[in-house]
Design a protein around this ligand. Structure first.
Ligand SMILES: [Zn+2]
Length: 386
């Protein structure tokens, strides 16, 4: 039987250079349309039961050079980590991979006929729609389509609790960068907990706050299996100063709603390919930075560390503080505009160093459970937000 490699699956992305010889499958990472962003892969291998396969991603090294500033002391995205692998698209495990010159190489002998490989587990559209459906049936949640993407997909927002005088307004957004799917699982965990009618922390929180949640800021990019961009080639997390309806309608609509509701607390959920921890960025370098925001951020960090060992103190945003925040990024723009506690969350692609999981690394299961701890962390600082 001949083997077949295909990136033409939901949320898929890969280019096949050569798949004639199972011991030398050559693949290439695809760039997001009209951009130089690349790094994410997700593909299906078929006809591979019992076949020893060697996969070689020939341009991975090129993408490893594309790094954020101040990261020279950290290992790059491809070092000491392996792809997530699944037969049923639900349970994802790791196999080891390594950089050999410009190539990223991994070997695997699948136990079944077809097998999926990905930088990190995809968050399927079907799962997203089922989650939204489950949430809208809760008496405490309301689902709104707040606009449309470049390609006309619905942009959905859940509102939890009833807005009211004196209530704090909290926003949670995720997946501006479509490859950072751990943000989707994290938000799912958060929502699952917020659905619980008997959870005392949630009840206490909703007495005093209302939440607006956008689980997927970039549905087009997600569907295409993009690394960072939307369908117009925009990096949405650089569009917050002047979003446009043609280039970045996703940000345009969310920003317009934030102007209507105001914001007292915000979290923007991302993933980091290099570090081995969950870490946060705070409103520390915005032009109107203040002692108030700094101590709020510190209080939130302590609150989350007390709520979950998955959030460890002592992992500041790497590379040191920039002199001035980049306001084109969501968390900085929100903090500056609303003078509020606005936070960037980065979950690892690889694993955490405090507790290594040799089978899965950082996994959808862990991201989801981490999300369930956010209500406690927010509840403890809610009364200090204003
Ligand atoms: Zn990101």
């Amino acid at each position: 039987m001949t083997i077949s490699i295909n990136g033409n699956i939901p949320n898929g992305s890969i280019e096949v250079v050569s798949a004639v010889n199972s011991s030398d499958i050559k693949l290439s990472l695809r760039k997001d349309q009209g951009t130089d962003f690349f790094g994410y892969y997700h593909f299906r291998a078929s006809g591979v039961r019992g076949v020893p396969c060697t996969f070689r991603i020939v341009n991975a090294g090129e993408s490893a050079v594309n790094r954020l500033a101040g990261r020279d002391d950290y290992e790059n995205a491809w070092t000491n980590t392996g792809p997530l692998v699944s037969y049923d698209r639900k349970w994802w495990f790791r196999v080891p991979g390594r950089l050999v010159g410009p190539d990223y190489v991994f070997e695997h002998t699948p136990e079944y006929d077809s097998c999926y490989y990905a930088t990190w587990a995809p968050y399927p559209l079907e799962r997203e729609l089922e989650l939204l459906g489950r949430c809208q049936m809760s008496p405490r949640m309301m689902l709104s389509t707040i606009g449309h993407t470049v390609e006309g997909a619905d942009l959905d927002m859940l509102t939890i609790g009833k807005p009211g005088d004196g209530k704090r307004v909290c926003w949670i957004i995720a997946r501006q960068h479509p490859s950072e799917t751990m943000g989707g699982f994290f938000v799912e965990g958060f929502l699952e907990r917020m659905l619980d009618p008997h959870d005392p922390v949630v009840l206490d929180l909703l007495d005093r706050a209302v939440f607006h949640v956008v689980p997927n800021m970039n549905p087009d990019g997600s569907r295409r299996g993009n690394t960072r961009a939307n369908a117009a080639g925009a990096n949405l997390n650089r569009e917050w100063v002047s979003p446009g309806l043609e280039r970045s309608p996703e940000v345009f609509h969310v920003r317009a709603l934030m102007e209507k509701t105001g914001v007292d607390f915000a979290m923007d959920c991302h993933g980091d390919e290099e570090l081995r921890c969950n870490f946060l960025g705070g409103p520390l370098e915005i032009p109107s930075r203040s002692e108030r925001l700094k101590s709020l951020f510190n209080a939130f960090e302590r609150s989350w560390a007390a709520a979950s060992p998955e959030y460890e103190l002592g992992h500041p945003y790497p590379g040191g503080s920039p002199a001035e925040a980049d306001l084109t990024m969501a968390w900085n723009w929100i903090a500056e505009r609303f003078d509020c506690l606005s936070i960037l969350l980065e979950q690892p692609f690889k694993d955490t160093s405090w507790r290594e999981d040799p089978v899965q690394g950082w996994s959808p299961e862990r991201a989801l459970r981490f999300g369930t701890t956010l209500p406690t962390a927010v509840n403890n600082v809610l009364d200090q937000l204003r």
